[in-house]
Design a protein around this ligand. Structure first.
Ligand code: 48F
Length: 258
């Protein structure tokens, strides 16, 4: 085996994929449960999807279950999504199902990739691209290593017909959009309102109910929805994340048609 061939194989294959994703249908920011679920359903339906994740590992806050006990709870409404991904669960008591968080993340990631989603880890989204019609038309990317080292290196840009902010509690894309444009998003205040204290039941329902477009070309999914609309947090119950990702995929698909 020749090390140089190995190196060429890696760089060329990566660059081919990166180049191919310079223009995509949907760009998902954040590889937590909501982003992965959205990427899976969109790819499965034939859309070209790229997902960018800041960290080395995909899965966001799902790995750790609750307080590092690596189990998650899912409610009845989300069981069809678990089934779709082949994630096993067992009923703990009526209405409460327990799944293994490691199995759940692995399945979400595996099925998203197998459906055709391109996942780029170690890349941070630091800005959006906007056009005259005030529509989000792409993402501005940089290596997370550049961000962490605070190096002065300019980013690169990709075009997307639609962007999903699935960055979790910090709602990073929505925050940078309002800050840099001075424009409102579709929350009650026009800004990212910030998530409220724990209230799992209300939070789970709110996540799904409010999933959707917040600005032309920009949708939210998962905890970002709660942050944007000032909804409570819910802790280690994940049905809302999965159902929100699925709903974001459905809404994004409709935006592509319309
Ligand atoms: O935080 P995260 O898991 O968000 P989520 O999919 O799920 C939330 C739950 O994990 C949990 C909860 C509900 O049960 O309360 O916290 O809504 O995943 C978000 C991912 O986005 C990445 C981040 O590293 C994480 O893996 N991320 C955040 N900002 C950026 C980013 C960015 N600017 N660029 C790229 N990735």
């Amino acid at each position: 085996m020749d090390e140089i061939v190995i190196s060429r194989a890696i760089v060329k294959s990566y660059m081919n994929e990166f180049m191919d994703c310079m223009e995509v249908d949907i760009a998902v920011v954040g590889g937590g449960p909501a982003g992965l679920t959205a990427a899976y359903y969109l790819s499965r339906n034939g859309h070209k999807v790229a997902l960018y994740e800041r960290k080395l590992s995909i899965g966001g806050g799902m790995w750790g279950g609750g307080m590092m006990f690596n189990k998650i709870v899912v409610q009845e409404e989300a069981l069809p999504v678990l089934e779709e991904f082949g994630i096993a669960c067992r009923e703990y008591c009526p209405g409460y199902y327990v799944a293994d968080s490691i199995e759940a993340v692995s399945a979400l990631c595996y099925r998203a990739v197998k459906a055709g989603a391109r996942i780029f880890n170690l890349i941070s989204v630091e800005d959006v691209m906007i056009r005259e019609n005030d529509c989000v038309t792409g993402l501005v990317l940089n290596w997370s290593a550049v961000e962490i080292a605070r190096l002065h290196v300019d980013p690169l840009t990709i075009r997307a017909r639609c962007v999903i902010d699935a960055t979790g509690h910090d709602a990073e894309v929505c925050n940078l959009l309002t800050r840099k444009t001075g424009r409102n998003i579709s929350s009650a205040t026009g800004q990212v309102m910030g998530e409220k204290p724990m209230w799992a039941d209300l939070a789970e329902k709110g996540t799904v109910a409010h999933t959707g477009e917040v600005f032309p070309g920009l949708l939210t999914a998962g905890m970002t929805v709660n942050a944007v609309h000032g909804l409570p947090r819910m802790g280690p119950i994940f049905g809302g994340m999965l159902l929100s990702g699925k709903k974001a995929a459905e809404k994004a698909a409709k935006m592509l048609i319309g």
